[in-house]
Design a protein around this ligand. Sequence first.
Ligand SMILES: C[S@@+](CC[C@H](N)C(=O)[O-])C[C@H]1O[C@@H](n2cnc3c(N)ncnc32)[C@H](O)[C@@H]1O
Length: 265
Amino acid sequence: MSFSFDQNSFFTPFNSDKPRDIPQRTGNIERVDIKDKLSELGFTPGVNLSLGNFDTIGELTARKTRDPSSKLFHNAGYFFRPNYERGLLIYALIKHFKVESYLEIGFGRGYGSLCAAMAMHENGAGKVTTVDPNFDQDHLNKLYAAYPDKWFERLQCVQGLSQDFLKSDDSEEKYDLIFIDGDHRYEAVKEDWELCEKKMGHAIMFDDYHLPSVTQDDIEVASVVDHINDYDKQLVILDRRIFVDDRKLSDDEINYGIAIITPST
Ligand SMILES: C[S@@+](CC[C@H](N)C(=O)[O-])C[C@H]1O[C@@H](n2cnc3c(N)ncnc32)[C@H](O)[C@@H]1O
């Protein structure tokens, strides 16, 4: 594990006082259920994809808890795990395509990066580069104590903003797989996309693509993705498809997911 980007000057990606011009979302994207996507990649949960591995990683990196006064606390339990499904997708993509270089914009608590490191460790090759302005050394120490050393040999943590990191990289090097999951506001996602496009190997994934029927403050990823042309696009519908909770939502009721962009076939 290493920190390689020493950045002292931070900048705001956009001026929040100026009126913002955000393109309309179209929702014009092919949808696929995560179970079908995993199957296409050669994985079936419970058969060759052990859900316990993702619980183990999620325990320190992605677990959320429910309010004890809520109905779901009583009906579904204290722990919320449906958000672990992105890890299955990252893992399956890395295993299937033998991804050797993975860039994650936004480390968070480390779930995506550690799922990627586990897959690369199993593949016997690969490097995870993860960029985030906020790393907590105490948290990293806990992760290091809890998970295999070999995973961390594959992990490079870069402290800073993705936009600065990408602009500072003038090499021709591409990343086989990129996961954009940092600042979700339109201007930041657009800049991440524009900077990542030339670094794109097999695919670029965008977390938190919201179909037009869902609106959430500061989640404006779809306004970028819907206006990317000349690439193949797919929305992987996930959350509560594999790690279910007691709401038993149908596929049609899940109106968000991870968008995957790949070179046009
Ligand atoms: C939702 S979390 C990432 C979760 C992580 N990708 C995972 O799968 O577990 C978002 C993270 O993006 C980081 N972030 C926000 N703006 C960023 C930027 N401009 N560049 C890189 N990271 C950023 C935040 O500090 C936060 O840790």
